[in-house]
Structures are given as C-alpha cells and as structure tokens.
Design a protein around this ligand. Structure first.
Ligand SMILES: [Fe+2]
Length: 235
C-alpha cells in the first residue's frame, strides 16, 4: 500500500511507489502540495486506490492533477477517476503521446493564476527525448522535479542487481545525482536548455524533491549545478 509521508509540515506530502520501466525496477514519487486555501495539487500522481484516496481527501480538496513530465502521466486517469472535480494540467507534448487522455490545460512556462502566488514553474526547453516542467514551492523553498535529477545509490532502498548494473556500469550515475539518461543523450539545443536551467537556479531553493531516488536535502543548488554541468557549460 502506498504511504503518504509529510515532507514539509502542513504543505507537502510525498508517496513512493514501484515502477517497472525498460526492464528496470525502481521507484517513482508523487508529491502533493497543499495551497494556502486548502486545495491540493497532485504532482505526478501514482495510482489512487480507495485507501490512498481517503488519506488524500483528509489533507484538503484535490483540485489539480499535474502530469509534469513527458514520462510522468501514466496514472493521471486513475487520479481523474478518484477526483473527478479536479482540473488536469499536462506537460506540453503529453497530448501527442496520449491523445486519448483527457485534460483541461497544458502547462506553460509561467504559473497559472490558480497557484501563481505560491508555486512558480519553468518549462525546460532544448531537450529532445524527455522534457518536463519544473516547480518551485516558494514558502518551503523546495524545487520539485521529476527526471531532471535522479539520485540513486547506496542510500536508495530496495535496489536490485539490474538497477545497480545500469546505474553503475552503463549510466555512471550511481551515487551521483544526474539528469535521467534520456536527458543526457538528448540535449538538442544547449543554449535553450541553459536558459531554462538558469531560470530554475535563480529560484531560492534549499531542497529538491525528485521522482527517482533520494531527495536532495543538503547543498541543493550546488547539487543541481553539478548535475546540469553539461547543458550549463557554454559552447
Ligand atoms: Fe521519471
């Protein structure tokens, strides 16, 4: 059963759940943000079953279902079924990948009025194979990403030999926070990517919630700069 963990008292909860992708078992993470008026934003939702639905409803009013990345929309229909009154916001391009999926709005490079005072956002451009919208929860100084940084290594629970093999021997990302491999091999327009990433780095964040691996709770900005060294480099 998926557990909700309070990450920021009264404001942010996270839930880890297993995923199987490209032959690898790993975990993904849903983030729930409670706005000041009690409305909830479900970021990269997992499958919402009956028990989890009740836990979420106990936190506030589920108002926004957000598919923040080009690979983070799989359980949106489950969230929509659980919370039919919520608006669905998707990362640009998801409407082409899943034309049958219903949605209300496409996320842009600027926060909509619905959450603009509390959460900022940047659409990361210049990337060919994978892309996402990064979010910044201002009150808690928390950057919320999905695949722009993955942090899998010795501290990650339940890693099997296949995950270790790929992360150590193939991707060289074990114990090293880095963008998902699809980012690393697909920077198409580094200048455009640099502009987006620089906007993210201008936010005053001190922690990073990510979708895969351990959240970054220390040296967050330095960790992000290091992870994005390639697209941030001139030339
Ligand atoms: Fe992902």
């Amino acid at each position: 059963m998926t557990d909700l963990v309070e990450h920021t008292p009264g404001a942010i909860w996270i839930a880890d759940y297993p995923v199987h992708y490209a032959g690898i078992d790993l975990t993904a993470r849903m983030t729930i943000i409670r706005l000041k008026d009690g409305r909830l934003l479900l970021h990269s939702p997992c499958e919402i079953n009956g028990a989890l639905k009740e836990k979420i409803e106990a936190l506030g009013t589920p108002a926004f279902i957000v598919a923040p990345g080009s690979y983070h929309y799989f359980h949106v229909p489950s969230a929509q079924a659980a919370f039919p009154d919520a608006e669905t916001w998707i990362c640009p391009g998801v409407e082409r990948k899943r034309p049958e999926m219903e949605f209300d709005w496409i996320l842009s490079d600027h926060a909509p009025d619905a959450w603009a005072g509390e959460i900022e956002q940047v659409l990361v451009r210049g990337t060919r194979l994978i892309w996402e919208v990064a979010f910044f929860h201002k009150a808690s100084k928390t950057l919320i990403l999905v695949d722009l940084i993955e942090n899998i290594g010795d501290a990650t629970p339940n890693t099997d030999w296949q995950l270790k093999f790929w992360w150590k021997a193939v991707f060289h990302m074990w114990n090293k926070p880095r963008p998902a491999p699809e980012y690393q091999i697909g920077w198409k327009d580094k200048a455009a990517a640099r502009t987006s990433l620089t906007r993210i780095l201008e936010w005053d964040f001190i922690r990073i919630i990510i979708a895969h691996g351990e959240n970054i709770e220390n040296d967050a900005k330095q960790t992000a700069r290091q992870a994005w060294a390639t697209p941030l480099a001139e030339g």
